[in-house]
Design a protein around this ligand. Structure first.
Ligand SMILES: C[S@@+](CC[C@H](N)C(=O)[O-])C[C@H]1O[C@@H](n2cnc3c(N)ncnc32)[C@H](O)[C@@H]1O
Length: 387
């Protein structure tokens, strides 16, 4: 496909997303009906769509409106791409700009449009992040780094780096997270690499890894990953020698890939239903990687930035409180209830923990840490609660 044809395709996919279809679904549906497109085309179109979703309001201002076409005009203007070439009217490409489109569009004047944070959320975002608010918002406009977790149950970072290099994947050690590598070159080769197939690495953001690193995991411990989803944290937990990991999720189908991923990593993870869990407690550590706004990970899942509403945020906060209370019952007397979110918002983080401690006076918070996307990983928060 020509660069212009990729832009036209991105325009059409963006219109579908703006019409309400989830971004991943819209991209997959297009790929299924467009067998002619190669892997490079698919990757380039995906990049266009996600780049726009990260900067939807500033690109809408530059492009003069919120349609797929206007957003791609805004993207070209922001990146200094010639509109005469990109919108030349050539075959499969977008038609040339109308005079009204030539005249429309200007740099965003409003701070929230310029920073691509929804207007309703900006007061809380600014209050919670203080002096860092603008820089964090600007960081969220860009792509996230590609990061790997080295499976320390099978190898170590130095050896894995060498093996990856032999396969054309260049990495550098993460400055603070001991299991993490940042990918500098060859990211698209990861899934087919021998290192991946042999379970030496998983794609995982460094802050997610840091949440697991913060736990004092010791041989003989039984650990419950209560909101296991696809199993990213459960796999990181199970890489630790002698630790038994049980995975649970309210939506069991989300855990469907865990057996395959665990087999590749050479570990055992028992996936259990909510009904079975009651018989299995208490656990030495219960990790609650709670459903949240995802605001710390908006570089990876940018549609979430525009889908979040005050009502949904309130709902998430209520779900998090409920999960914490349930998980307190599953934690042994000497055990640790570890709360985590990939959120940047106090209402889901410090305020949630304060609320739990005041409603459960026998519990205290013994450790907490927050990461922002300025620290080479997603925004994350974790707190350890003990009796
Ligand atoms: C942030 S995701 C988990 C990501 C996962 N831990 C990982 O590292 O890959 C949150 C998960 O919580 C699950 N969830 C939502 N409400 C829940 C509840 N009441 N009890 C248990 N799990 C819940 C969702 O289905 C979702 O998979």
């Amino acid at each position: 496909m020509t660069p212009a044809a990729r832009i036209q395709t991105a325009i059409e996919i963006l219109d579908t997303i703006l019409g309400g279809q989830p971004a991943e679904q819209a991209l997959t549906a297009w790929a299924r009906r467009s067998r002619f497109a190669g892997s490079k085309d698919r990757a380039a179109i995906r990049d266009h769509v996600f780049d726009v979703l990260r900067r939807r309001s500033s690109f809408a201002a530059l492009g003069g409106g919120n349609t797929g076409r206007q957003l791609m005009i805004g993207t070209c203007r922001a990146n200094g791409v010639s509109l005469d070439e990109a919108f030349s009217g050539g075959s499969y490409g977008p038609s040339p700009l109308e005079p009204s489109e030539q005249e429309a569009g200007a740099e965003a004047r409003d701070a929230t449009d310029r920073l691509d944070i929804p207007t309703w959320l900006w007061p809380a975002f600014q209050a919670d992040l203080g002096a860092k608010a603008d820089d964090v918002a600007l960081a969220l406009q860009n792509r996230a780094p590609v990061q790997l977790r080295v499976n320390i149950g099978k190898s170590d970072r130095g050896n894995v780096q060498k093996k990856l290099q032999d396969e054309g994947i260049e990495t550098v050690k993460h400055a603070t997270v001991k299991t993490a590598l940042n990918v500098l070159e060859g990211a698209r080769k990861i899934n087919n690499s021998a290192c991946f197939q042999e379970g030496l690495i998983e794609l995982q953001d460094a802050s997610s890894q840091a949440v697991v690193e913060a736990l004092s995991l010791k041989p003989g411990m039984r650990v419950l990953d209560y909101c296991a989803g696809g199993g990213g944290k459960a796999l990181a937990l199970s890489a630790h020698d002698g630790v038994t990991v049980v995975a649970h999720d309210i939506a069991p189908q989300r855990m469907k890939d865990i057996p395959k991923r665990a087999a590749r990593a050479g570990v055992e993870i028992q996936c259990v239903s909510t009904a079975d869990l009651v018989e299995m407690g208490p656990f030495d550590i219960v990790l609650v990687d709670a459903p949240c706004s995802g605001s710390g990970a908006w570089r990876r899942a940018p549609a979430g930035k525009w889908e979040l509403s005050q009502a949904r945020l309130d709902e998430l906060v209520a779900i998090q409180s409920q999960i914490l209370s349930q998980c307190a019952e599953l934690t042994s007397l000497e055990g640790v209830l570890a709360f985590a979110t990939c959120s940047l918002l106090d209402v889901e983080n410090t305020q949630q923990v304060e609320k739990f401690v005041s409603a459960h006076p026998t519990w205290t918070c013994t450790f907490s840490k927050a990461w922002t996307p300025l620290e080479d990983g997603d925004g994350f928060y974790t707190a350890h609660l003990t009796r």
